[in-house]
Design a protein around this ligand. Structure first.
Ligand SMILES: [Zn+2]
Length: 316
């Protein structure tokens, strides 16, 4: 019964993100559920995460081995015209972020960047070594006009009794099929995606290190909110201040609010007892009103290119 109780997305009182179909923007961002997102400036594409295969709840709970859904991955690459991909960058190495980075890497010439664990996922999939980059804290990498800065972060402690779920590192090439517990966290990053037209912070998991972003200023925050409301009001308040108030962001979009056991393209909220997104949104609005009254909160819409840095202000 508990499993059946979830809020509807229709009950979430947030405006949809401004669509690039209506408003011009030199950079678009398209969200594909959880924290899989494509940045595109018309020349260069940067993919954050790669989670297209969606193991079912049953597969996850029973610990079965799961495999990359190559038909879905090919569909994704074609349907969303992912043909100029320069980099694939998972926020950490859990399956709901990094499961398909190797399969996508093999279907492109893109570099796969991240921790040593992320590299092991790419190696296990047979991605050529010269496409694999293990990053250092603070390192910057440029692709076309985009520059990505990696800042070591922490995974939100959303496991049992305040632990990180599926912790540790992946220490040998990860070959699929594999059980989901094979995708160990392997270190999490805050990603700063800079472009001459604007800067976005991608915060995949809500486990910010206090003050790690203190000298960073950004326009947009893609704010991972998965299960953070369960960590309490004070936690969410500090998280908001560390990611939004301190960076001066004027636009915030929550991500990782959807049930990742649903099929690719199906956006539903998680069961409320696991993660109450309606409550998360109430908290985000409250902290916005307390600290950052000029900051807009929007909800990304699956597969819809967002006008990330609109040339003119979107109409309210
Ligand atoms: Zn995770």
């Amino acid at each position: 019964m508990l499993w059946g109780h979830r809020s509807s997305l229709d009950d979430i009182d947030l405006a949809p993100a401004p669509s690039a179909r209506d408003i011009e923007s030199p950079v678009t961002l398209t969200w594909f559920g959880v924290t899989t997102m494509l940045f595109d400036d018309g020349e260069t594409q940067i993919l954050i995460d790669g989670f297209i295969s969606r193991p079912t709840l049953f597969q996850i709970l029973t610990g079965q081995v799961v495999d990359n859904d190559v038909a879905k991955i090919n569909f994704f690459l074609n349907e969303y015209r992912v043909r100029r991909l320069a980099a694939i960058i998972p926020v950490h190495s859990h399956f709901d972020h990094a499961m398909d980075i190797g399969a996508i890497g093999n279907r492109s010439s893109a570099s796969v960047l991240g921790s040593e664990s992320t590299a092991q996922i790419a190696r296990g999939a047979g991605v050529p070594n010269d496409q694999i980059v293990v990053v250092e804290d603070g390192a910057k990498y440029s692709f076309g006009q985009f520059t990505i800065t990696f800042i070591e972060s922490a995974h939100a402690p959303v496991g049992l009794r305040g632990t990180v779920p599926i912790p540790g590192t992946i220490d040998e090439p990860l070959k699929t099929p594999a059980p989901i517990k094979a995708w160990r966290e392997g270190g999490s990053y805050s990603l700063i995606v800079s472009h001459p037209s604007g800067t976005t912070l991608v915060q995949g998991s809500g486990g910010i290190r206090q003050s790690s972003l203190k000298d960073i200023s950004v326009d947009v925050v893609m704010l991972g909110v998965g299960m953070i409301e369960g960590l309490g009001r004070d936690y969410v308040d500090q998280y908001w201040q560390a990611t939004v108030t301190s960076t001066g962001a004027t636009t915030v979009m929550p991500i990782h609010f959807d049930d990742f056991t649903k099929a690719f393209g199906t956006i539903e909220l998680s069961p409320s007892f696991l993660d109450d997104f309606a409550n998360t949104v109430m908290l985000l609005k409250e902290f916005r009103n307390n600290w950052d009254t000029d900051t807009q909160l929007y909800l990304p819409v699956f597969g819809e290119p967002i006008a990330l840095y609109p040339a003119s202000e979107p109409e309210a």
